[in-house]
Design a protein around this ligand. Sequence first.
Ligand SMILES: Cc1cc2nc3c(=O)[nH]c(=O)nc-3n(C[C@H](O)[C@H](O)[C@H](O)COP(=O)(O)OP(=O)(O)OC[C@H]3O[C@@H](n4cnc5c(N)ncnc54)[C@H](O)[C@@H]3O)c2cc1C
Length: 428
Amino acid sequence: MAHILIMGAGLGGVVMAYEMKDLLGRDDKLTVVTKDPIYHFVPSNPWVAVKWRTKESVQIDLAPVFAKRGIDYKPVPVTKVEPGENSVELADGTVIGYDFLIIATGPELAFDEIPGLGPDGYTQSICHVDHATHASDVFEEFCKKPGPIVTGAVQGASCFGPAYEFTFILETELRRRKIRDQVPMTFITSEPYIGHLGLDGVGDTKGLLEGEMRQHHIKFVANSRVARVEPGKIITEEIAEDGSVKKTHELPFGYSMLIPAFRGIKPLMGIEGLVNPRGFVLIDKHQRNPKYKNVFSVGVCVAIPPMGPTPVACGVPKTGFMIESMVTATAHNIRQLLDGKEPTHQATWNAVCLADFGDSGVAFVAQPQLPPRNVNWSSSGVWVHNAKIAFEKYFIRKMSRGESEPFYEKAMLDILGIGKLKKTTETV
Ligand SMILES: Cc1cc2nc3c(=O)[nH]c(=O)nc-3n(C[C@H](O)[C@H](O)[C@H](O)COP(=O)(O)OP(=O)(O)OC[C@H]3O[C@@H](n4cnc5c(N)ncnc54)[C@H](O)[C@@H]3O)c2cc1C
């Protein structure tokens, strides 16, 4: 009998629990511990932030679903991780031992790295559903007295897609309210160019996203390094190739949403051999920590080096499908270890994304995630907006039924040639 413990019940942790459960024996035990007891579909947050969705409409109460699937569930945050002792400590003082630990704790949002950034400062956030709900109330007030809007992603950010999405969603909402003409909009980003996305672009995302910016009259500043945010004013430096400050912009705003940099959660910070200096979990090609070999990790909390040097620090995004591929590899690798074999499964880390713009959108597929790629495709149109709504409904439904990948989903992905596991000589 083995005990597998999953830390975190966000996108990675929940899918992990379902896939792991499917591969465990009757006597094995699976426990999930997490901070937020209710699951929220994070990709809906940009819609929550303009009241196109309520918090309740994108949430799942995990307790009954896990109970039905025979998964132990403790919605109490971890305060200490002791990989040398094979145990974690929870906020209520409970100590839980494990045979295998899977870390899926997502990001801590590093607002404190820039003075005035974030919901405790002067800008809004859509990274957590509660931030998005607050942002929606602030937006309502803003609409009564419109002014300039500044959106984007700061230095060290890795999650650029939602910054673009939210910008265009805001733009659509302002047009619907017939106040767009009173709102100058500026997008600032640490990316070296619009559409880089932390991936050096996918297909023609550079052309597509720059074109959308121009068509919607949104000014932009790439290579932006935010110095500080003051009430109603963002001071950001545009950085040149050689690292010097090309221009300092002082951007007034009545409303602003900036995606922060991410780092690992506090209980992981500083554990030698487990995490890098920013608290992201170190993993090998099998999602396994090289020092603590019974520890695996999936999702935003894993350490992935940036694509290459850029004038302003800019991370690689960890997107939903990529995270699901990490999950599938991890579940199969732990199964192999339980069977006394060495792990052989590697995630494809393919990026498949739908970025909604409110009445259209941009989609891309990057296989593999880093160039040069076998598939490097992007496209735009109203179909993306409709596909994203359909995907939201589908994903929330399958999560609330306790399923990870129904057979028809797998069949469809196989037909499209978008796999979750790499075909390697180890696995054939
Ligand atoms: C606004 C936004 C929109 C996005 N949209 C898309 C999209 O459209 N498509 C796409 O592919 N990707 C998207 N992403 C990227 C990615 O899919 C999501 O960030 C996804 O939620 C990441 O999953 P995760 O499991 O790694 O982290 P999370 O979903 O953040 O989950 C982390 C979990 O860890 C728990 N936790 C935290 N601290 C502790 C602790 N101390 N102890 C125990 N548990 C803890 C939390 O409660 C949470 O349950 C988006 C990201 C953001 C921020």
